[in-house]
Write a protein that binds this ligand. Structure first.
Ligand code: NDP
Length: 327
């Protein structure tokens, strides 16, 4: 028997409870993994609190990412003892996920742990960190280098934002951070941000084109802030947009695109092809300073998850939250 956080629905309300499960309760997938760590992402917050329509069927073990050790495998690509990372693929939404001591997963979802990485580090990075790395790679694809000018990161004190600030700063970019919480300024400066901007100022309605300020942007919030970022982009600037913490709308015009040659690149980590994921995980080893990881992370057990989930939805969490199902 082992412990898992299980979501059930009663009269339209989502209820989260720790249950004792047997291995035979797990879905019939080819690889059995003993979970060392999972993590808390914004999407997990929505799933556990029942705030968004994230979960497709109940009962559900949430947790959109995990790292652990293979215990059994019907696929020759994996052997017992292999260390693996899983992020995305609708796990924790359609398929049972990482808030559990054990998970059964499809082999094609798994990335072998890069040499030099371990489960705690991988899940401190987690889906949010992988997404941040993919955003940095999208800026590079757009030709943005540290010499191009300042890169602005929105939702900077959140999971994706914090890792993005740390990676950009390690790579030598000048980083401006947009945050709604003044209390996070020292933290963001510690990660390498040199300019701090208030969320309120950046959410002010922008004209179709504003003064050019940013060579690149990583946007985790959407809506009016993304619209302003677009209007403030330099000629041939690139924006990597991955999130909607501030809303899913985008009240903008075509002006930044047709007059300033701005590129808006969407970033998705969920269905990201395995070769790009593997490249991103390897880049995270070299481009995300270990010191930043220490500053970024908090650890919670399964029993603390309902509260932590409510906190992330309320925007009260700083950095990344590691989930230890064995705590
Ligand atoms: P977090 O909750 O950790 O961070 C989001 C941050 O956004 C908050 O910390 C806060 O930063 C800011 N924020 C919160 N509410 C608002 C608001 N109303 N208006 C403006 N800013 C706000 O979440 P994650 O970092 O895990 O995820 C960020 C976003 O990226 C989410 O929308 C998530 O769904 C998305 N995402 C997308 C992925 C993909 O594959 N495309 C993968 C992972 C995440 P501050 O306090 O600094 O203002």
């Amino acid at each position: 028997m082992f412990n898992a956080l299980v979501l059930e629905q009663e009269e339209g309300k989502t209820l989260a409870a720790i249950k004792q499960l047997d291995l035979s309760d797990l879905p019939d997938e080819d690889v059995l993994v003993e979970v060392s760590y999972s993590s808390l992402n914004y999407k997990d917050g929505l799933a556990v609190t029942g705030t968004g329509k994230i979960v497709h069927s109940f009962p559900m073990v949430p947790g959109i990412d995990l790292a652990g050790i293979v215990k059994e495998s019907r696929d020759p690509a994996f052997q017992p003892g292999d260390q693996v990372i899983m992020t995305g693929w609708s796990v924790g939404e359609r398929y049972w996920g990482g808030y559990s001591q054990y998970a059964r997963l499809k082999p094609e979802w798994l990335v072998k742990m890069p040499q030099g990485m371990d489960a705690a580090k991988a899940m401190t990075i987690g889906t949010a960190g992988l997404t941040a790395m993919l955003c940095v790679m999208a800026l590079e694809d757009g030709g943005i280098t540290p010499d191009s000018g300042t890169v602005v990161v929105t939702g900077a004190a959140g999971g994706v934002g914090s890792v993005a600030v740390a990676i950009l700063s390690k790579l030598g970019y000048t980083v401006a951070a947009v945050t709604g919480r003044e209390s996070t300024h020292d933290y963001l400066r510690g990660l390498g941000a040199t300019e701090l901007l208030s969320r309120a100022e950046m959410a002010e309605k922008a004209r179709p084109l504003e003064k050019q300020r940013w060579a690149g942007a990583i946007d985790t919030v959407g809506d009016a802030i993304l619209a302003r970022v677009l209007a403030e982009m330099d000629y041939r600037g690139t924006v990597a947009a991955c999130g909607l913490a501030g809303g899913y709308k985008l009240p903008t015009t075509v002006m930044p695109f047709i007059l300033r040659n701005v590129r808006l690149q969407g970033v998705d980590s969920v269905m990201c092809p395995i070769d790009i994921r593997t490249e991103a995980w390897n880049r995270l080893l070299s481009d995300l300073p270990a010191k930043a990881l220490g500053e970024i992370s908090n650890v919670v057990g399964l029993s603390e998850l309902p509260q932590a989930a409510a906190d992330i939805v309320a925007g009260k969490i700083q950095g990344r939250t590691l989930v230890d199902p064995n705590k």
